[in-house]
Design a protein around this ligand. Structure first.
Ligand code: GRF
Length: 210
């Protein structure tokens, strides 16, 4: 059994990694502001200088680090810079909120059971890109989202929370993605709140809520 969280006496410091629109990041901002999440978001890090998530952070006065992947010599150089930013921010918890790159082993190992991802499918079904399209093409009747701890394998770590979304006859990728996204926001805030309150215990693949 591994209690992954920082001590409940300190306010956990959250670093969010996002590559785009940042609606899940916004849900976290609101979750902290309205007291559901007992933590502070200390930094947004993005690999995309055009990410709308940057505007959301600036509006809230959250420091932003833009690490434009294109300007780094190779993946190792990018990852080292990213790791430095995360350490400088004093992160207790990293949240991947629509972060579109795989993370290397040093960061994943350093944040074992302290890094959370949101995925728009009911894992282990439909990992990877275009999960909602995969679900529609497969013909499932129930789609959804998953919040899980990050391990070195993509979209495969211990599951903290999931939400189901029924697939309608007339759904297309856009309508289904929109409905899943609403659940993502709730599910992510709920899971992060549990983490920050020290209520999650990881035993192998299983995450128990205390
Ligand atoms: C979400 O569907 C998330 O599950 C996936 O990428 C999308 C990001 O959306 N990983 P947003 O940037 O949070 O609005």
């Amino acid at each position: 059994m591994r209690p992954p969280q920082p001590s409940p006496v300190q306010t956990p410091r959250i670093v969010v990694l996002a590559s785009g629109r940042g609606s899940n990041f916004q849900a976290l901002i609101e979750g902290v502001a309205d007291g559901r999440i007992h933590a502070s978001i200390v930094r947004l890090i993005t690999d995309n200088p055009g990410a709308y998530a940057i505007d959301r952070a600036r509006k809230e006065g959250i420091p932003v680090s833009v690490l434009d992947y294109q300007v780094f010599q190779d993946r190792t150089a990018y990852e080292s810079a990213l790791f430095r930013e995360i350490q400088d921010a004093g992160a207790d918890l990293i949240i991947l909120a629509g972060y579109m790159r795989l993370l290397g082993e040093p960061i994943v190992a350093a944040f074992s059971d302290r890094m959370i991802n949101i995925h728009p499918a009911l894992l282990p079904c439909f990992p990877g890109l275009h999960a909602q399209r995969q679900a529609l093409e497969y013909g499932v009747k129930l789609a959804g989202c998953t919040v899980h701890f990050v391990t070195h394998e993509m979209d495969s770590g211990p599951i903290i929370a999931q939400r189901c979304v029924p697939v309608g006859e007339d759904d297309n990728e856009e309508t289904l993605s929109e409905r899943i996204l609403r659940e993502e926001h709730e599910c992510l805030v709920e899971a992060v709140a549990l983490f920050c309150d020290g209520r999650l215990e990881v035993t192998g693949r299983r995450v128990r809520v205390r």
